[in-house]
Design a binder for this molecule. Structure first.
Ligand code: SAM
Ligand code: SF4
Length: 308
């Protein structure tokens, strides 16, 4: 929805932020609605609204209300850093958002501040509390980084004993291509091993719209635990996603530099032409990313441009 954000997570953005898209480059809500109609008409059933931080875009709630009405759409979900959630939770639910993914990498104030470069942990926790209170379903996404927040894996998992939410552990990905990035990756298998030393985990079958996580539950717990391992166990063969950036660029693989500019087509305002192009793009999805290949190379990018 936007490349703007009210945080500066170390793995996502340089400290000074990324060069902002010019206002006129960002798609209008009408253009996003047209893309949604074309995509859902083709059989896409789930739309995730993300960013940047989607909740900082002016007018986001009325837009979501329109988006939720897209005929044939089965799931509308939103990914947020949670900072503005406390004031918006009810409005999001009323607009038709069915679930939230809330990103949270540390429960410790000092580490949270270090990772996000913002002192906003309590705002995020208040947001989560608000979401729970109104019964809006949510997942907590934690990006695990070795030597940084991996000592909190069991603390995050423990949240699922009392809270009816899903906690998902995500392997750190080399978006910014920082020096020595591979030392930060904790493979999904290792995360699971760590959890199994503390808890008895039961595997769960999570259904056809569930996305890339393998899910488990702690015996007797209310919530679930998911592990997403894009690097160590890449799930490309099952990946059916396409991403549209705030500027209308289509990415059919997170780690391919290829982007297709939808803007010229959007100006025609013709849903059928758009539908045909989206179909071509989905048909051309690459078989697999090359993150683990020796000759691997992709241009550095900010996840804030692509949505994560
Ligand atoms: N601002 C919102 C948020 O943080 O939830 C939505 C956009 S953010 C780019 C979406 C997701 O991408 C977040 O869960 C974030 O943790 C994740 N992400 C960003 N950079 C990442 C990286 N290098 N490796 C793994 N996940 C990353
Ligand atoms: Fe902002 Fe989300 Fe990127 Fe953090 S991960 S800087 S909250 S867009």
């Amino acid at each position: 929805m936007t490349d703007r954000c009210n945080m500066r997570c170390v793995y996502c953005m340089p400290a000074g932020g990324v060069e902002k898209l010019a206002h006129e480059e960002i798609l209008s809500y009408e253009q996003f609605l047209l893309i949604a109609r074309a995509a859902v008409g083709l059989g896409i059933e789930k739309i995730r609204v993300t960013g940047g931080e989607p909740l900082v875009r002016h007018g986001i709630v009325p837009f979501l209300e329109q988006l939720a009405k897209t005929e044939g759409l089965r799931q509308l979900v939103l990914t947020t850093n949670g900072v503005k959630l406390a004031g918006l939770a009810q409005a999001l639910k009323d607009a038709g958002v069915q679930r939230l993914n809330i990103s949270l990498d540390s429960l410790q104030p000092a580490l949270f501040k270090q990772l996000t470069r913002r002192d906003l942990l309590y705002e995020v926790l208040a947001g989560i509390e608000a979401v729970e209170k109104i019964g809006l379903s949510y997942k907590l996404n934690m990006v695990v980084m070795r030597g940084c927040n991996d000592h909190e894996i069991c603390d995050f998992a423990a949240l699922t004993r009392e809270h009816d939410c899903t906690v998902r552990f995500i392997e750190y990905m080399p978006a910014l291509k920082e020096e020595g990035w591979s030392a930060l990756v904790v493979p999904g298998a290792e995360i699971l091993q760590q959890l199994e030393t503390r808890y008895q985990l039961q595997a769960i079958d999570n259904g056809p719209l569930a996305g890339p996580a393998r899910e488990f539950a702690i015996a007797g717990g209310r919530g679930r635990i998911g592990v997403i391992n894009p690097l160590s166990g890449h799930f490309c063969a099952k990946c059916n996603r396409i991403r549209i950036t705030a500027a209308g660029q289509v990415r059919t693989c997170l780690f391919s530099d290829d982007e297709f500019d939808l803007k010229p087509l959007l100006q025609l305002n013709d849903v059928e032409i758009l539908t045909r192009q989206l179909k071509r793009l989905v048909d051309g999805k690459p078989a697999c990313h090359k993150l683990n290949a020796a000759e691997f190379s992709h241009a550095a990018f900010s996840m804030a441009h692509i949505g994560g």
